[in-house]
Design a binder for this molecule. Structure first.
Ligand SMILES: CSC[C@H]1O[C@H](OP(=O)(O)O)[C@H](O)[C@@H]1O
Ligand SMILES: Nc1ncnc2[nH]cnc12
Length: 291
């Protein structure tokens, strides 16, 4: 069996995946607190897959209240090597249309009310976020989606807002001026934490609306987001299946980006000064370098 373990974080409208062999919901506990839900684990085409519904199966956790650290920590504990985030986004440009997919390659983090790092007091580390997405995983996922009847845009900057309210018109226009392509509320600090935990991360963003800047289109609402997602959720699930088929054909090698060894250059607190209680919590995400 090829040595990838794919983690899938299902966003709005995506609370389950199908076709998984020996699929079962399992509780995984984390020293970082309560994750969003149990994980659904099993195999697809011989590859292990671990699915986590980001907002919980009943969509009861808002973007600001998600325990991003616990979510990433449990995926690491499950041995996940690569995380594919499936996310609904608003489009900030005319040619990224509702129904289209975007393989995000950059993020702007405008969130302010979330725990963003595993490395706070007691053990400090600074990882590089210059290229926040795993290029290999993003290419593979884009190829997997390309095989389907959906327009796939390769590349896009995703601005992450705090929410839960949608943007004002002035904000939406500002983000367009900044060169942002899509907007959502969840991918940060998720991508930062995946990088700290030395796991590949990529986002398949599903455009559901034109936010509120477009003069001829309705302003975003949950109703129109869900309407588009109803049509797209199956395409997202098929993308996952195609991606897994690709993974099944090749052995996973370490990334050229050095994601699996990112902490080698990041820790600044010397061993003698490290807080033993924090070290215990870091057993999964940083055990490789803190042993
Ligand atoms: C239901 S619309 C707003 C909601 O959808 C997106 O979530 P996700 O990335 O989990 O699909 C967006 O970020 C908001 O949380
Ligand atoms: N316009 C929008 N703003 C923020 N998050 C979203 N998720 C889907 N559409 C969105």
């Amino acid at each position: 069996m090829a040595n990838w373990i794919l983690g899938v974080i299902g966003g709005s409208g995506l609370y389950e995946i199908d076709g998984v062999e020996n699929g079962r919901w399992e509780s995984v506990s984390s020293p970082w607190g309560q994750p969003s839900d149990q994980v659904y684990r099993g195999t697809l085409s011989g590859i292990e897959v671990v699915f986590l519904p980001r907002h919980g199966r009943g969509h009861s956790i808002s973007p600001s209240h998600l325990n991003y650290r616990a979510n990433i920590d449990i995926l690491k504990r499950c041995g996940v090597t690569d995380i594919l985030s499936l996310s609904a986004v608003g489009s900030l440009r005319e040619d990224y249309k509702p129904g289209d997919f975007v393989m995000v390659d950059q993020f702007i983090d405008r969130t302010f009310a979330r725990e963003k790092s595993f490395f706070g007091q007691g053990v400090v580390a600074h990882v590089s976020m210059a290229h926040p997405v795993c290029e290999r995983l993003a290419h593979m996922a884009a190829d997997a989606a390309d095989a389907l009847d959906v327009k796939v845009h390769r590349g896009g900057t995703y601005i992450v807002m705090e929410g839960p309210q949608f943007s004002s018109l002035a904000e939406s226009k500002l983000y367009r001026q900044w060169g942002c392509d899509v907007i959502g509320m969840t991918n940060m600090p998720e991508a930062k934490l995946a990088r700290e935990a030395e796991m590949s991360y990529a986002t398949l963003a599903m455009v559901t609306d034109y936010d509120c800047w477009h003069e001829e289109e309705d302003n975003v609402s949950v109703t129109n987001v869900l309407e588009i997602l109803k049509g797209n959720a199956d395409l997202a699930r098929m993308t996952v299946k195609n991606l897994i088929k690709m993974m099944a054909k090749i052995e996973r090698e370490p990334t050229m980006q050095g994601i699996e060894t990112g902490l080698d250059f990041a820790l600044i607190t010397p061993p003698a000064a490290r807080d033993p209680e924090v070290l215990k919590k870091l057993d999964a995400v940083a055990g490789r370098v803190l042993k």
